[in-house]
Design a protein around this ligand. Structure first.
Ligand SMILES: [Fe+2]
Ligand SMILES: [Fe+2]
Length: 420
């Protein structure tokens, strides 16, 4: 849903920002080890999750030696060297460090440790995927106005309820304001206990493109914090990407063409051309798209125009999903869970991709009416926050939507690309 930007929310950000500056640039809980200069250690998805992983972290100072040691179950250790660079945003300066681990074996549970000029972190879990199965947690918009307390509660509840799931996806609008450094710290701190040991799969939302004046900007923080897989673009690197996990080819698209075009045109055109080549090159049995903005225009329900309930994102993307045989499309942005079901040629159908608007994992909620035509499943009203699990084998995909009390609010299965 369009961001509700007003003077009150800006003042709130401004006042909280001053408080954050007074409290120091990094919260203690974000440091990996007491007294170390290793902050926000995180594990990022790579294109081939069976053999590689990217490890990133922040530091206050530059360091000559940036290393990650990876240990297998037999105690054998392999070392990987990395690099770091200065990052300045929102009046703050720090270093972002990165190590690519790329000589792993499929389906193995390793541990890894960051070593920075002699300072070390604990050993964290690192598990590679195999080609048979996939499990992930999906979190909708996590933007918060409560210091990211709600995000921390939703995420930790999900991680604790599903301890064996080692990958998590965030659907975009991670933070309310993409330039506000204190919000990024709060977002990381809320899941600091899990971030180093779980694979993170980020998606860009429109709020990542906002500056402190609530105007659109190039989303520097998001683009620098998360070294996602290379899309071979010279213009829109890290804006969109794809990767394989088990039997699934994941395609992470960018719906922010309205926000980015005035700053740097051509995102949509380049992305669509890439999408066709990317999907056609994949031999995975399942093809799943994740993109931030939903495909329904909730401001125009009941329109006499047959296309009136489809928004601009839907009009631009959906014909390509039909043509490419995409099985599932997850969206977000509306902060409400809606299973739209199969849609083909812009019509409810028994074929075509299944569309799911994933809900909300923060405390910002909008009032969204129901479209009788496309909202097949809604959660009990008034809604609270929620998250999803997804599990796949080569023949089945199972999706569950969980409510805060652990109840399953929605559940469905795709078998050989048909919903049952
Ligand atoms: Fe949002
Ligand atoms: Fe959004």
């Amino acid at each position: 849903m369009a961001s509700k930007i007003n003077r009150r929310s800006f003042l709130k950000v401004f006042v909280t920002g001053i408080f954050s500056a007074i409290m120091g640039k990094f919260n203690k809980s974000s440091a990996a080890a007491a007294g170390s200069d290793i902050y926000m250690p995180r594990q990022l998805i790579t294109k081939d999750s069976t053999t590689s992983r990217t490890i990133m972290w922040h530091s206050r100072n530059p360091h000559a030696s940036l290393r990650v040691d990876v240990r297998d179950s037999g105690g054998n250790v392999s070392s990987y060297m990395g690099s770091g660079g200065l990052f300045q945003d929102d009046g703050e300066s720090f270093y972002i460090n990165k190590v690519l681990i790329n000589r792993l074996q499929p389906g193995i549970r390793y541990t890894y440790q960051i070593i920075q000029d002699g300072a070390t972190t604990p050993w964290y879990q690192l598990e590679t995927s195999d080609n048979e199965k996939m499990e992930a947690l999906i979190f909708p918009d996590s933007q918060c106005s409560d210091g990211y307390v709600t995000w921390g509660r939703v995420a930790s509840g999900a991680f604790n309820a599903h301890p064996n799931i080692n990958m998590f996806i965030n659907m975009g609008d991670l933070v309310d304001n993409g330039e506000a450094a204190y919000q990024w710290r709060q977002w990381f701190n809320a899941i600091a206990a899990y971030m180093p040991s779980k694979i993170f799969v980020p998606l860009m939302g429109n709020h990542e493109t906002y500056n402190l004046s609530w105007k659109c900007r190039i989303p520097h923080a998001f683009l620098n914090f998360f070294a996602v897989p290379d899309n071979e673009s010279t213009v829109f690197q890290r804006y969109y990407y794809s990767f394989d996990y088990g039997p699934v080819h994941f395609i992470m698209l960018n719906t922010q063409f309205e926000e980015i075009d005035p700053l740097k045109p051509g995102l949509m055109e380049e992305q669509l051309q890439w999408l066709h080549g990317d999907v056609e090159a994949s031999d995975k049995p399942w093809k799943i798209v994740l993109m931030h903005k939903d495909i329904i225009n909730y401001d125009n329900l009941g329109s006499s125009d047959p296309m009136g309930e489809i928004d601009e994102v839907g009009k631009r993307f959906m014909p390509h999903f039909d043509e490419l045989g995409i099985h599932l499309v997850f969206t977000a942005h509306q902060h409400t869970y809606r299973r739209h079901g199969h849609i083909y040629n812009f019509e409810p159908s028994d074929k075509g991709p299944v569309y799911v608007d994933t809900g909300v994992a923060g405390n910002c909620r909008y009032s969204v009416p129901r479209t009788q035509r496309f909202d097949k499943i809604m959660l009990p009203q008034p809604e609270t926050d929620n998250y999803l699990t997804i599990r796949a084998t080569s023949t089945d995909i199972s999706v569950q939507c969980y409510l805060p009390d652990g109840q399953v609010g929605d559940s469905f299965v795709l078998t050989n690309s048909k919903q049952v």
